[in-house]
Design a protein around this ligand. Sequence first.
Ligand SMILES: CC(C)(COP(=O)(O)OP(=O)(O)OC[C@H]1O[C@@H](n2cnc3c(N)ncnc32)[C@H](O)[C@@H]1OP(=O)(O)O)[C@@H](O)C(=O)NCCC(=O)NCCS
Length: 171
Amino acid sequence: MTTDVLIRPETDADHDAIREVNRRAFGQDAEARLVEALRLGGHVCTSLVALHAGRVVGHILFSDLPIVTRTGNVPAVALAPMAVLPAFQKQGIGSALVRQGLEACRGQGQQVVVVLGHPHFYPRFGFSSELATRLESPYAGEAFMAVELTPGALHGVTGRVQYAPPFEALE
Ligand SMILES: CC(C)(COP(=O)(O)OP(=O)(O)OC[C@H]1O[C@@H](n2cnc3c(N)ncnc32)[C@H](O)[C@@H]1OP(=O)(O)O)[C@@H](O)C(=O)NCCC(=O)NCCS
């Protein structure tokens, strides 16, 4: 990373800054509202902020995303949304958020992470669209990717991912 950045879990005091980072990065309100709805609904597993000089400049969130199979639910999490303030993009902050976010998920015992994102960006962290083809989702295609935090976690698993209800409002 070219910028001096600290990454840590969000606190209540970060909520306004997280809203602003999402608004500015996406150029709209939808993702900021999604973050708040996921928090309110108790769907958040991990939410990290990136701080530069004490200011929140980046944010990443992971929420519950069970895989519904014929024999029961397999736990998994969705990476979404992720945002870095425009002036701080392309300096490695987003990558650091993904890496530390995946570590935090692993530390919680999560085994599978799913993302809908840029096919050029996420494979460097182990995400694969091929791995995700066994998962039924409203978002099939090369942008829909999965990574196993435990090797083989998706072995033999086929089912439908169930996004938390606030994602429906994003359509
Ligand atoms: C996506 C985002 C968080 C990446 O943050 P960042 O700090 O710039 O990321 P890094 O500096 O670690 O990496 C930059 C890489 O991200 C790639 N990238 C990731 N997502 C991208 C996207 N949606 N569009 C274009 N490029 C993207 C860039 O091509 C670049 O690749 P390179 O390393 O091969 O040049 C940031 O660009 C952003 O906030 N974008 C707007 C919001 C968004 O689209 N979020 C992702 C969807 S949830």
